[in-house]
Design a protein around this ligand. Structure first.
Ligand SMILES: Cc1cc2nc3c(=O)[nH]c(=O)nc-3n(C[C@H](O)[C@H](O)[C@H](O)COP(=O)(O)OP(=O)(O)OC[C@H]3O[C@@H](n4cnc5c(N)ncnc54)[C@H](O)[C@@H]3O)c2cc1C
Length: 197
């Protein structure tokens, strides 16, 4: 099976992206059969933080609990999978990307790198790893991009794109990348809004 979008990194950005993409499927005919996968090795900054200042989120929530809430939230959409694994290598091919994990090889048409700012240790010739001058501490990285785009069908989201190290910035950046991908599919500005009945 070839996924439509694989997101590497299941932190604030990865879930922001996945939730927006997945929520489009039952709203637009052109998104109906799309399949998504998050691959994550469970080292999100959320594992270390406690959150008081995220708008709309219960003050003082532990990051691990916030992560769990996002996982549960994503389960409401059946078109999304979450795989616990480390990605070691990616190859660009004509149809998209070959993603080589610990014990499996996965194919995707579009790829989102939401891997955070600590390191990028995936062997992948398409990306340029740079010093993250927007990080509050030294020795952090970002991936060179223009408005989240690295090259055709290849996006970076969250701290790896250079946004400030705040939950809402990373989460919103993932959402923004999802909207960019939806736009590339339907050819016009795309958002996913639910309306109260
Ligand atoms: C101690 C601490 C306290 C914080 N407190 C606050 C706060 O109070 N308020 C606030 O707004 N923000 C806070 N933050 C910042 C916030 O947590 C981050 O901005 C946010 O988590 C970044 O999201 P991200 O998705 O870009 O990266 P992350 O959440 O770090 O997610 C990146 C994910 O990619 C995965 N990954 C990377 N490489 C691979 C690979 N090769 N294969 C598979 N998976 C991979 C990582 O394991 C990780 O799960 C805090 C951060 C820390 C560390």
């Amino acid at each position: 099976m070839i996924y439509d979008v694989v997101i590497i990194g299941g932190g604030a950005a990865g879930f922001g992206c996945a939730l927006t993409l997945a929520s489009a499927n039952d709203k637009f005919e052109w998104a109906k059969d799309k399949k998504y996968l998050i691959i994550d090795d469970n080292k999100s900054d959320l594992n270390a933080g406690k959150y008081f200042n995220v708008a709309g989120i219960e003050a003082g929530i532990n990051g691990v609990d916030l992560l769990e809430k996002m996982k549960v939230q994503l389960k409401q959409y059946s078109n999304n999978e979450l795989k616990n694994s480390t990605v070691n290598k990616i190859e660009k091919v004509e149809s998209g990307f070959i993603i080589i994990c610990e014990n499996q090889t996965i194919e995707s048409k579009t790829l989102v790198l939401a891997t955070g700012m600590h390191k990028f240790d995936i062997e992948f010739s398409e990306v340029q790893v740079k010093e993250n001058i927007f990080a509050p501490k030294p020795n952090k990285i970002l991936l060179a991009n223009t408005n989240n785009l690295i090259s055709e069908n290849l996006y970076v989201a969250g701290l790896a794109s250079g946004v400030p190290s705040m939950f809402a910035c990373a989460n919103g950046d993932g959402t923004k990348v999802a909207c960019d991908i939806l736009k590339s599919w339907c050819g016009k500005v795309a958002v996913v809004h639910d309306v109260k009945s």
